[in-house]
Design a protein. Structure first.
Length: 251
């Protein structure tokens, strides 16, 4: 994609969403860090369903460390890899207390020393909390960058480096959010919504859809079949015969 096209690409996405932000719910740098760690291989929606109850009892590193893996576990059982994430969340919280005075550091190397924190997580925190122009590459960003021709690459680090080179400075702060939201809702993996895509004419994707994906209508549940009447068992038949005989005798 040529520089003018890249600029136009983000100009259009920005026009639709001037102030993009993460869809993870958080109230502080620490709760965002915890939410991003929990979101690995999970949806933001699933994390947002779990974290309110967790953060109600542990919204600081000290409280989370005191809770420990066993205490964290019941709150996040609905999230994938919850056992590993509980251990990491407790361990990173303890490290924040011991090495950083209970504060989330604004430094990539320090963040990536924390258990469960990789480059992508660090990039999200640096961008969303500390206003650094980082571009975290998740599955959505990776797909959009490759499919559109914006910043092709075989590995996430390669795509990230390419994005940092081609994205104009004025769009750098919001680039991660625009790309992830575009990939999540428009440039989807299986059925991209090309007919309503605001950047379709700039996109290099060769197999653009010409029609919107059909809406899948849930099948109506069939009416329950009437249950067949149970046949009387021999014992029931005998009791019924005796009762009938008794009536005749009394009559």
């Amino acid at each position: 994609m040529e520089p003018k096209q890249v600029d136009e690409f983000f100009t259009r996405l920005a026009a639709l969403n001037p102030a993009p932000k993460t869809e993870l719910a958080f109230t502080s740098p620490f709760t965002l860090l915890a939410a991003v760690v929990l979101s690995a291989q999970a949806t933001d929606a699933s994390v947002n369903r779990a974290t309110p109850a967790l953060f109600a009892v542990a919204d600081t590193p000290a409280k989370m460390a005191d809770l420990g893996p066993a205490g964290i576990l019941p709150f996040i059982k609905t999230i994938g890899l919850f056992r590993t994430k509980a251990r990491n969340l407790a361990a990173l919280s303890a490290m924040l207390v011991e090495k950083h005075g209970g504060k989330v550091p604004a430094d990539r190397d320090a963040l990536q020393e924390l258990p469960g924190v990789g480059r992508k997580t660090a990039s999200v925190v640096l961008n969303a909390v500390f206003d650094q122009p980082t571009i975290a590459v998740d599955t959505h960003v990776f797909r959009v960058a490759n499919r559109t021709g914006l910043a092709p690459g075989k590995e996430t680090d390669e795509v990230e480096d390419a994005l940092l080179k081609v994205v104009p400075e004025q769009w750098a702060m919001g680039a991660h959010h625009w790309l992830i939201l575009h990939g999540r809702y428009t440039c989807t993996a299986r059925l991209p919504k090309c007919p309503i895509c605001p950047v379709a004419d700039l996109c290099a994707y060769a197999d653009k859809a010409t029609e919107m994906p059909a809406t899948v209508t849930p099948r109506a549940k069939p009416a329950p079949k009437p249950r067949p009447k149970k046949k009387a068992q021999p014992s029931q038949q005998r009791r019924a015969a005796k009762a009938q005989l008794g009536k005749k005798r009394r009559g």
